[in-house]
Design a protein around this ligand. Sequence first.
Ligand SMILES: [Zn+2]
Length: 254
Amino acid sequence: MLGYEEQEKLIDNILNTFEGDMARIILEMERLIQRFMFNTNLSTKEILDFTIMFNEALVNTGYYEAVNKMVGSDYDKLLPLVIDSYKMGGFITAYTADDLTTVMALKAMEANKFSVMASSSATTLRDNLYRYSLGSFTKEDMTAQLIEDFKGTNITRYANTLANTAITEFNQAVVDTKAEGLDGAWVYIGVFDSVTRDYCKCILKKKHYYTSEEKAVMQNDYKRKYQCRHIFKMVTPEWAELHGYSNSTGVDCV
Ligand SMILES: [Zn+2]
């Protein structure tokens, strides 16, 4: 519906590629952390410079390259699909120069989250290492502990969750950008399966079309904050009625 299937397939492909990259990057990062520990004399300066090493390692293992490929170029593949879905929903529209500037800014915002995640992980590890260096650990113990800590960092645990959340957020933001100035209604679309959360199931089942105010409230509900695979699309009220949607009576599923 409204090109959702095609869009989901594309998103799955993009995320699969990123997950593959991340699996490799995490393994290489472990190796580089071990190498750093092997070579360090554990001077305070070296320990405090851990974040620099960590960041260089991320560059060398291709972390930023993977993020830039995903956000910088793969995200672009979603853009024509947004226009297509507007067309299916009854609106002929195209990107203006202003829209594309907005898209660039949205991409920068999403890419920045991956940088913040990386630097917070580096800081956590550096602080831990500094703490260990003040204790009576052997270097081998510290290395083992640091690798364990690395496995618990945000970048190791949540990079894929972030990728998943960021692409949906970006997709919705592009839809929202194109909605400005159009007089339409919002419908909630996407899969309805065993992993669909109750909140999303509830909205999908209502089959209502919403005002922008109602949509904004539901869109920002914390219950769909992470890894939601659903999206609000703008359609004409005629399209909505024709496809079995009825007018909302307010915000649903609060
Ligand atoms: Zn959802």
